[in-house]
Ligand binder design. Structure first.
Ligand code: SF4
Length: 167
């Protein structure tokens, strides 16, 4: 059975920077939870951040792969450099995914950790750019298929196709 690494905020835990959850109220996700497929992780809390915490963005008009390659940093809204903690959180998420045998991840889009389709551009202005956060980039580098919270149906189709092929 395919396991899915899931952003803790999508699973209903109030771990976002603003102290809230971003619960994915979706029957498919509930079915996956009932089946025991979900491996719930918040990379930022795992790295030691508190909740709530200042928002953070990848600097400046860069993406998670650049951070992993040492070509970009992450700063929070107070100006603190939090790059090392974000990388530690990504490594924790990868370790959990590998330990649990997750072939897939369902992550909250827009986050400098979990974003998989877009991130904020580093100006704290609300502007975004296409790209992924640090955790999504690291998971993809290790062959884990990452889907955004807006792509639950696509993830279900991918799992069904893989499981049909294996049966
Ligand atoms: S790091 Fe990921 S799991 Fe944690 S609050 Fe942000 S989007 Fe949700």
């Amino acid at each position: 059975m395919s396991k899915i690494l899931v952003s803790a905020c999508l699973a209903g835990l109030p771990v976002r920077y603003n102290g809230l959850a971003k619960t994915a109220r979706d029957a498919i996700v509930q079915t996956w939870r009932d089946e025991g497929r979900l491996v719930i992780v918040c990379p930022e809390v795992a790295a030691g951040f508190g909740t709530p915490r200042p928002p953070a963005e990848i600097q400046l008009r860069r993406v998670g792969a650049d951070v992993l390659d040492g070509a970009a940093t992450i700063a929070d809204a107070t100006g603190d450099d939090v790059t090392a903690m974000f990388i530690a959180g990504a490594e924790h998420a990868l370790q959990r995914a590998q330990e649990e045998g997750c072939g897939y991840a369902l992550l909250a889009d827009g986050s400098p950790s979990c974003g998989s389709g877009f991130v904020y551009d580093g100006s704290f202005s609300g502007a975004t750019l296409d790209g992924e956060g640090v955790t999504a980039a690291l998971l993809r580098r290790h062959g884990i298929r990452v889907f955004a919270h807006t792509q639950i149906a696509e993830l279900a189709d991918a799992i069904a196709a893989d499981e049909a092929r294996k049966s």
